[in-house]
Design a protein around this ligand. Structure first.
Ligand SMILES: Cc1cc2nc3c(=O)[nH]c(=O)nc-3n(C[C@H](O)[C@H](O)[C@H](O)COP(=O)(O)OP(=O)(O)OC[C@H]3O[C@@H](n4cnc5c(N)ncnc54)[C@H](O)[C@@H]3O)c2cc1C
Length: 359
């Protein structure tokens, strides 16, 4: 079976990985360079923020992925020599007033969740501002360094024999006898038995060419990177409507904004100030570190954050794996496996109903 995948972000890469492992011949087409859009820009937290506030469909994908991430990261590292730096940092959530909902969710899905205050909170993360209010602590939350993860996945695909074409923009779908039979690109036509649309925030545009839905829209997120010193901070911290992520080498990421500005991926001085201010309020020591970089990425926004995974109801042969919004990194392994199960006609790892693309 020959499959064309549109989009070389994390979703397209891991979908290619799963399909190739399942015996398909895979051709991955990327308009620019592999993994340089949302999957590069993101924070790599392997949990939704305040996860109980999401639909169960998000929890199901996140849970499955969280269990496979450590072996997957090790496998990708072994295949290509790039370590995605899976790190069990744990996550502290300040400003969580909906404690009852959080505890009910944790019981239902068997997550460990504790309330930390005073000395216990200070011991957990000494760099937190002394004024920090009690926090919810999820010790099991991990992170990956996503630019490394996409690089590791890319290298692993090449070793698997997957054909990867960069600088190759898909403009339209090829239809034959009412089925999708390939794609038309800036580098000619590619025939396929099935096409997987994993073009992130741009997926909606490609569907619009066919006059069909679902709508997937870009939602801009800006991030800051501070040049910290190792050991300054060790936990992921959510608070003041933002988050802080400590990397192993001491760098510290601060995110993010949620902006509906179309396909504009530029950065703004106002967002830089907003992120700096929130970060210094949570962790005063960050004010001593140099700001190394400021960037923006476009999330593939879907109405409730539940991605579309499955065959399009109006276009046989077109499979969608897109719309992961704020949680594409944590949901990617499960999302890729589920899509591969559906393409290859295998027993699916999860009930696909919540993710069925809408006409
Ligand atoms: C600031 C920010 C912080 C985030 N933090 C987190 C986090 O901590 N944890 C988490 O789980 N998620 C996070 N996310 C979300 C996550 O990054 C995304 O959900 C995920 O990366 C989406 O992956 P993707 O492969 O669908 O999209 P992308 O990575 O955007 O990839 C889509 C690819 O398709 C290509 N493409 C588009 N059109 C075409 C075409 N016509 N032909 C060929 N190729 C095409 C693009 O060039 C692109 O490379 C964050 C996102 C942002 C922006």
């Amino acid at each position: 079976m020959k499959i064309v995948i549109i989009g070389g972000g994390l979703i397209g890469l891991l979908t290619a990985y799963e399909l190739a492992r399942g015996g398909a011949t895979v051709q991955l087409l990327e308009r620019g360079r592999i993994g340089r859009e949302s999957s590069w820009a993101g924070g790599g937290i392997l949990s939704p923020l305040y996860p109980w506030r999401y639909p169960d469909g998000v929890t199901a994908l996140a849970r499955w992925s969280q269990a496979v991430y450590p072996p997957l990261a090790a496998e990708l590292c072994a295949a290509g020599g790039v370590d995605p730096e899976w790190t069990g940092s744990g996550m502290l959530m300040l400003d969580a007033s909906d404690l009852a909902a959080a505890e009910a969710w944790a019981r239902r899905f068997d997550y460990r969740l504790e309330v930390l205050a005073g000395e216990a909170l200070r011991r957990c993360e000494p760099a937190l501002a002394a004024t920090a209010a009690p926090a919810l602590w999820m010790a099991g939350v991990a992170q990956v360094r996503n630019p490394r993860l996409v690089q590791a996945a890319h290298r692993s695909l090449l070793r698997q024999g997957v054909a990867v074409e960069e600088e190759c923009a898909v403009g339209d779908l090829l239809l034959r006898a009412g089925r999708v039979a390939g794609v038309r690109t800036s580098r000619g036509e590619f025939a396929a038995d099935a096409v997987v649309l994993a073009a992130g925030a741009w997926s909606g545009e490609l569907l619009a060419v066919q006059g069909i839905r679902p709508a997937i829209r870009p939602v801009r997120g800006q991030m800051l990177l501070f040049q910290g010193a190792p050991g300054t901070l060790s936990r992921i911290i959510l608070g003041a409507r933002h988050y802080i992520i400590p990397r192993r080498d001491g760098r510290v990421l601060v995110g993010s904004t949620m902006e509906e500005v179309g396909f504009d991926a530029s950065t703004t001085a106002a967002a830089r100030e907003e992120l700096r201010e929130a970060a210094f309020r949570l962790v005063p020591a960050l004010a001593d570190f140099a700001l190394e970089r400021h960037w923006a990425g476009l999330r593939p926004g879907s109405p409730s954050g539940v991605p579309y995974i499955g065959e399009h109801p109006q276009l046989a042969g077109l499979f969608i794996n897109s719309g992961h919004f704020r949680n594409g990194v944590v949901m990617a392994p499960a999302s890729a496996r589920l899509l591969a199960d559906l393409v290859l006609g295998r027993e699916p790892i999860l009930d696909p109903a919540p993710y069925a693309p809408q006409a």
